[in-house]
Design a protein around this ligand. Sequence first.
Ligand code: SF4
Length: 291
Amino acid sequence: MDFTTGATLQAVCEEKKISIAQAMKEREMTLGNVTEQSVMDRIGVAWKIMKDSATTPIAEPRKSIGGLIGGEAKMMKEYRESGKNLCGEMLSRAMSYAMGVLEVNATMGLIVAAPTAGSSGVVPGALLAYQEVKGVSDEVIYNGILNASALGYLLMRNASVAGAEAGCQAEVGAASAMAASALVEMEGGTPEMCLNAAAMALSNLLGLACDPIAGLVESPCQTRNSIGVANAYTAAEMILAGVKLPVPFDEMAEAMLRVGKSLPFELRETALGGCAGTPTGCALGCKICKK
Ligand code: SF4
């Protein structure tokens, strides 16, 4: 079992009448020569790390090494619990969790790079909030992770998941596409709908610059992860409602790579443009460097 594009993934799923999660699981078993139990055990370990990294900073906020972030996940939780939040229960939780994972990453803690450290909050944030609000089992979430992994694999293979190569659209954009696809599958959507949700999530963040202040994966990376979950939910909901993006996933992945390569180097993780290049971003960069 192998697939190398969204189109071949969809064809395999339709021919065998299986989900994207099942196709990814079978691929792992075949290429890794491992049992189904072994694959699921590894997914279980990843989910535990994801959950810990999403929730620990809410209980124990940490200041990042560069000092630009720390405590935001807890602030988001407290605001949600005040009853004044604008975004609704699931999205507010997801934002808080996604931002928490970035706090763990920025303090050299353990995260799951899904697909990268800078975008590691999106998939756990989206899935954990979904699990808590919908009350679904870990098994449902494991399938979501398998689904997201398939999309991450395709983007890594056929486009890019590196901010230095293709901007933040390739990191937070890819993570958001992975989460959107997983949400659609967990909600009963078809493989075609999952791929279209991923394409829509990519299209919504097309052109997003990579511009970390002081070159640290702290700001705006943390808040970008909360945008990543919002975009994932938005794309998933539109697809589930029957809205379609006319551009197929494979073409959108190619477009993302082309747009990324056409970004000036200042907007590809060099910390010279965007937020990093503002007077305040430069001043913070100098201050952190002198520490
Ligand atoms: S701004 Fe750059 S470093 Fe930060 S999350 Fe996006 S791609 Fe990663």
